[in-house]
Ligand binder design. Sequence first.
Ligand SMILES: *[C@@H]1O[C@H](CO)[C@@H](O)[C@H](O)[C@H]1NC(C)=O
Ligand SMILES: *[C@@H]1O[C@H](CO)[C@@H](O)[C@H](O)[C@H]1NC(C)=O
Ligand SMILES: *[C@@H]1O[C@H](CO)[C@@H](O)[C@H](O)[C@H]1NC(C)=O
Ligand SMILES: *[C@@H]1O[C@H](CO)[C@@H](O)[C@H](O)[C@H]1NC(C)=O
Ligand SMILES: *[C@@H]1O[C@H](CO)[C@@H](O)[C@H](O)[C@H]1NC(C)=O
Ligand SMILES: *[C@@H]1O[C@H](CO)[C@@H](O)[C@H](O)[C@H]1NC(C)=O
Ligand SMILES: *[C@@H]1O[C@H](CO)[C@@H](O)[C@H](O)[C@H]1NC(C)=O
Ligand SMILES: *[C@@H]1O[C@H](CO)[C@@H](O)[C@H](O)[C@H]1NC(C)=O
Length: 852
Amino acid sequence: MGIEKHPFVSSLSLLFIFAYSACAIDSSFSPTVNYLIDCGSINKTKLKDGRTFKSDRETTSLLDTTEDIQASVNYINITNKVSSSSLPLYHTARLFTEESTYIFYISKTGRLWIRLYFLPLPHPSYNLTSAVFSVHTDHFVLLHEFSVTKNDTLVFKEYLVNVSDSRFSLKFKPMKNSLAFINAIEVVSAPDTLISDSATAVARLGEFKGLFQSALQVSYRVNIGGPAITPDSDTLSRTWVSGASYNTFPQGSENVVVSNKSIKYPQTGATPLIAPNFVYATAAEMKDPKIMQSNFNLSWMMKVEKSYSYLIRLHFCDIVSKALNELYFNVYINGMVGVSSLDLSSQTKALSTAYYQDFVLSESAIANGSILVQVGPANLQQGTANAILNGIEVMKMSNCAGSFDGLVSVDGKYKGPTNKAIKIAAVCGLGLAVMGMLLLAVTIIRWHKRPQGWEKRKTISSWIIPINSTCKTSLFSMKSSCRSSSTFSSHKSRNGHSPRGPARFFPFGELQQATHNFDERGVIGVGGFGKVYLGTLEDGKKVAIKRGNGSTEQGINEFRTELNMLSQLRHRHLVSLIGFCDENSEMIIVYEYMANGPFRSHIYGSNLPPLSWKQRLEICIGAARGLHYLHTGAAQSITHRDVKTTNILLDENYVAKVSDFGLSKVVPEKAQVSTAVKGSFGYLDPEYFRSQQLTQKSDVYSFGVVLIEVLCARPVIFPTLPREQVNLADWAIQQHRRGMLHKLIDPRIVDTISAESLKKYVEAADKCLADHGVDRPNMGDVLWHLEYALQLHEAASQINEPEDQSVNLIAFQHTKENDSIEADHSGAQASDVSDTTDVDSAFSQVVNMHGR
Ligand SMILES: *[C@@H]1O[C@H](CO)[C@@H](O)[C@H](O)[C@H]1NC(C)=O
Ligand SMILES: *[C@@H]1O[C@H](CO)[C@@H](O)[C@H](O)[C@H]1NC(C)=O
Ligand SMILES: *[C@@H]1O[C@H](CO)[C@@H](O)[C@H](O)[C@H]1NC(C)=O
Ligand SMILES: *[C@@H]1O[C@H](CO)[C@@H](O)[C@H](O)[C@H]1NC(C)=O
Ligand SMILES: *[C@@H]1O[C@H](CO)[C@@H](O)[C@H](O)[C@H]1NC(C)=O
Ligand SMILES: *[C@@H]1O[C@H](CO)[C@@H](O)[C@H](O)[C@H]1NC(C)=O
Ligand SMILES: *[C@@H]1O[C@H](CO)[C@@H](O)[C@H](O)[C@H]1NC(C)=O
Ligand SMILES: *[C@@H]1O[C@H](CO)[C@@H](O)[C@H](O)[C@H]1NC(C)=O
């Protein structure tokens, strides 16, 4: 007898499978924002709980720093100090000797978990146990002058911060002459339902509203009556510790455990995201309540910091009663009534059903630095005398300064109560102000009675305080004859702390030796300024040595400018200056050696293997960061004026560094400076050319050309092509408008670029190439777009790579504020072909004039 499946049966089972999986999705949570970083690590780190933390290398585009030091150790035995699942994260760390910021792109705003892992590892040249540093987000101080003073102490900090911007930054700020470190970082979405706006106020009974305004720091998360729960058993990767050590009256309490499966979640209220069922399946109850017949409280005490308010979440689940409406108990927090005669049956309408309640304990109620949670039988005739508790969470609320650590806010202002002396000063100030007002009144009266002809006696100009111009000119004041290295030691990076030391003066002989007397075989580059040699210093360090031919005025000026610029710039994405030599009227600059040479050689025109899309994006991001720093980060705002792919160099790890500052100029942000037009053919901003007004947006234009060049892998000017194709940037934008850009894309990588990533990237390039500077984004926005393009590419390639599918899938919404920058270019450039060619031919004259 053959058994034949009826079609109805199979479709029913399909339906069943569907319903089942829908149900399974409900109890899990996949965070939209999911940044997991194992700082200092070379490889990805996969934890036992299934999460994979990215290595330092993979996350370098998130980090905005001016330096690059990394500490890591192989292994130290720290097994018994922490739940083993996160242990591998502590094996490496990243060090910062200067303020450094991780910038995360937030595709879904709302509450984020911020989890920080610290362990001071031994390092040959830095003492991490003496590190003192602060950690800030955009609006909150997480740690202030923090240090981990014991070698072997693991420190884990966990925060919940509501983020409403599309960017979120995490800033590590070492104290002066100290350093900062971090072993691992998590920035992960939390469900919106996790924390509501209101809670029960304990000190003054009633409702507390306004939790949305507050950031939270997890102080304790305790599974009462059961063992610890590790991140792999919690859908939100939380750690719950066992409650035994906080129980102040263990003799009176007994643990109850039921099967995980018997726990039910109500229609409204607690969900598996609020707490996993294992929290509700274990509880503490009163020992032998019937026999002892005594009336006492179960108590748990936790030490907390004074002068903060706390959010306390208590979890209950009636797993002890045999029938409904048998259990009534009181809940006390720090001796005050939280809930009087709590009846779980009437709250949940069923036994074994999860329930939780939030309480806010104001700072005034934490007099001696501890939180005491008690439950005891309600004094009622009905029911059994018993009380239960399943879980406790204690979360510190940010204070009036937006801080979890002191009264200094993110902007460095003290927000605490003013003391007596300050009050007196304030009163004095008020008095002075009143006197000032009186004086002003007198002056006004006298003004009205002023004698005729007063203007002749005293001109207004003598009232104006002269603007100090020395700070603007000092940059160029260095004479080319200066030779003592002390000139440079006074130039320090922004915060007066220069990790790589000042530029050094090299005697000519030493450089002769380093380059085998400037052997032509050591030439690694030739520029308008002269030749660049690979040299090896006495200590074996490889350097790039640029020797000017010194014959022209322009050469001398560029040498001076470059030396001046470089001596005060320190950034991970700018080529660093090592030293210089001006002996015997030589003009030699010594730079760090960039092993992989100019970016252009890796795109076309050489036999080097093609870079992947991801590598290209990372290099562009690095270069954009360098330019962004020039424009906004340095003490004076600088325009590079010669941005091109041959001026973006790559070190041995393909980290991009912007070089060649010979044409750079100090141009205050947003200002225009009238100058002779200089730059490179094909990259030059047409607006700058027309008006001779230099702004930072000229660099943005050139960078747009670089972006197109990197995508299409052909020279920016190709004179033998048909006329409309000669200028790559114009041609590419035209083709883009016609929807045919894909035909120009580097055929070696075109199939590997995801459509979303390409769209974002081209959008950035298109905006950079806007005809008018005001329509172009600034470098910060360009950076943002490129990073976004990288994230989109990574998200897309992770979908294709099944191995990585479970982790770090970063999905972005397409409703970013920056999308609105899109300016309407209305084809202005496309229609002006003849116009631009005229400009082009004129450009070549300029270019020839300067021999570049
Ligand atoms: C980790 O990195 C090292 C190089 O430092 C490499 O040899 C090793 O294969 C990597 N391991 C994994 C699992 O990728
Ligand atoms: C680490 O310490 C534990 C106990 O303290 C010990 O059992 C284990 O063998 C140690 N491991 C190593 C690699 O030293
Ligand atoms: C901390 O580590 C340093 C170097 O690793 C060592 O010299 C020092 O004794 C350690 N201190 C403690 C308290 O273990
Ligand atoms: C590191 O600094 C800590 C605290 O300042 C000090 O106790 C320790 O001895 C130092 N260790 C080394 C190796 O200098
Ligand atoms: C975050 O803050 C915004 C405004 O401050 C508020 O509208 C939003 O509900 C908050 N979200 C969460 C999850 O707290
Ligand atoms: C309940 O779940 C936890 C974590 O998943 C597990 O460790 C525990 O053994 C389970 N308990 C029972 C009784 O099934
Ligand atoms: C339980 O604790 C509360 C608050 O500390 C106290 O008022 C009450 O008397 C205690 N009950 C018993 C039976 O000790
Ligand atoms: C706080 O006060 C309670 C009694 O009011 C006492 O039992 C407890 O030990 C005190 N805690 C601390 C940390 O002093």
